[in-house]
Write a protein that binds this ligand. Sequence first.
Ligand SMILES: [Zn+2]
Length: 203
Amino acid sequence: MSIIRNEDGIVELGADRLPGSVWGSNLRVILPTSRWVALSRRTAQRAGRVCEVCGQPSYYGQGIRNPDCHEIWEFDAMMPRPVQRLRAVIALCGACHETQHSGLAELNDRWESVIATLCRVNGWDRADAEVDIERSRARYRELSTTEWDLDLGRLEGWVELDGYPDLVIPSEDRAALGNTFDKTKRKLSLIVGADIPLAIWTW
Ligand SMILES: [Zn+2]
């Protein structure tokens, strides 16, 4: 996990990139669009429409937009089965958000922007940021060799997923949740209640 609040309450931002084995498997495709939009809006509202890491608005062209809704995932490789667990969602400005998808940012020629954001938020110099990005690359390589079960237990009381009462979906079944990367739609049926559990914003 690369966004942490230390014991002094200060948020530290590390570069991150999701393992290739889970690309495209996320809340945006799993939830009905209206529910994903509602979750994103509530997340932005609760954060006062600024980034929860750097406190800045999300600049967009000449204007400002709502910060993005970003999932904080934990990867737990312990047996019996490795699991990717939803910890929380967080409001992030575009600049902080791209540090969490730093591999994609590199592909999109946004490398310098990632370096600048890590330096701005953490008070690092360039060498610190480059070391941290290299750490995220190594972690990516390690995590990408594993197929991860998905634990959405954080959504309990809000989401019911047919056949998975504990909201843990084995890796071999994840394709049925849909995927934004290969553009497949969810095949499993899902019920979403009215009230988003507060736990989803606790991190
Ligand atoms: Zn930010």
